[in-house]
Design a protein around this ligand. Structure first.
Ligand code: NAD
Length: 281
């Protein structure tokens, strides 16, 4: 194996240790950061993510509230809850766990969150700020990826950066963040005719697809930084990324594992956004 493994757990632990000090300081001034987590229905993956976020709050000293709504809740019930949380002075961040049941309008729910409490960075105002390069909340997963790239010491400026995936929560904000650091950015997606050729150009490759082990070693430029955002369960029931670890680790210069790469960073960035929000109030 030639690739150096980027240990997301260790990087996240470092960030969280710093946040813990900041949170203790805020608490001593009577301003404990507070996060409200809203979950609708009983999707097991959503439940798992909500529990992880609540655990991180408890570990760092962030005040957290879970609001659990039944699967058949109405749009107006959910919007009313968000209105209450928008007004609640103990709450600095509001997170609605996605996906919502299909009868609910996700876009409208996200837009109802006060932009000042949008710690997920999904509100159109947060996205607009990211796009034009003014400070605001940045979607946690792409923000975490940027920290992992920083950890390698590889400069983004002038590099060929390829992002696979164009979702609003990962692919698109990821591309903008790389562009902000002066990367030459290509976005690939399900209709890209020759994905392998695009990947082979990448000095920095971010895979955010959700297709188990789609990216193989022969698609990688030797020495590239490869960040695997994808998480899926393969045919043997094992959690894997978008990257075929065994073959890619022989060619890449740097590689994140799944699990233990991007996942822990997403939660650390959520905590960071919540602390920043408390500081702004
Ligand atoms: P999504 O389904 O919204 O988007 C997937 C993207 O992949 C789409 O833009 C689609 O065009 C593209 N795509 C699909 N098939 C492709 C193919 N064959 N070739 C090239 N592109 C293709 O998913 P998402 O919400 O952006 O998440 C992507 C992955 O990242 C998922 O596996 C998700 O579980 C994972 N994820 C992980 C974290 C984390 O913290 N680790 C956070 C968010 C998402």
């Amino acid at each position: 194996m030639s690739a150096k493994i980027i240990d997301g757990k260790a990087v996240a632990a470092k960030i969280k240790a710093n946040l813990k000090l900041q949170i203790a300081d805020l608490t001593s001034k009577g301003k404990t950061p507070g996060l409200a987590v809203v979950i609708v229905g009983d999707n097991p993956s959503s439940r798992k993510y909500v529990n992880m976020k609540k655990r991180a709050c408890a570990e760092l000293g962030v005040y957290s509230e879970e609001h659990s709504l039944s699967r058949d809740s109405t749009q107006s019930e959910l919007l009313c809850l968000i209105d209450d949380l928008n007004q609640n002075p103990r709450i600095h961040g509001i997170l609605v766990q996605l996906p919502l049941p299909s009868h609910l309008n996700e876009g409208q729910v996200i837009e109802r969150i006060a932009p000042s409490k949008d710690v997920d960075g999904f509100h159109p105002i947060s996205v607009g700020k990211l796009m034009i390069g003014i400070p605001g909340f940045i979607s946690c997963t792409p923000a975490g990826v940027m920290e992992l790239i920083k950890e390698t010491g590889v400069s983004i400026e002038g590099k060929e950066c390829v992002v696979i995936g164009r979702s609003n929560i990962v692919g698109k904000p990821q591309a903008i963040l790389l562009l902000r650091e002066h990367g030459t950015v290509t976005i690939c997606h399900s209709r890209t005719p020759d994905l392998a050729a695009c990947c082979r150009r990448a000095d920095i490759l971010i895979a955010a697809v959700g297709k188990p082990e789609l990216i193989k070693g022969d698609m990688i430029k030797p020495g590239a930084v490869v960040i695997d955002v994808g998480t899926s369960v393969n045919a043997e029931g094992k959690l894997v990324g978008d990257v075929h670890f065994d073959s890619v680790s022989k060619v890449a210069g740097w590689l994140t594992p799944v699990p233990g790469g991007v996942g822990p960073m997403t939660i650390a960035m959520l905590m960071k956004n919540t602390v920043e929000s408390a500081l702004n109030f």
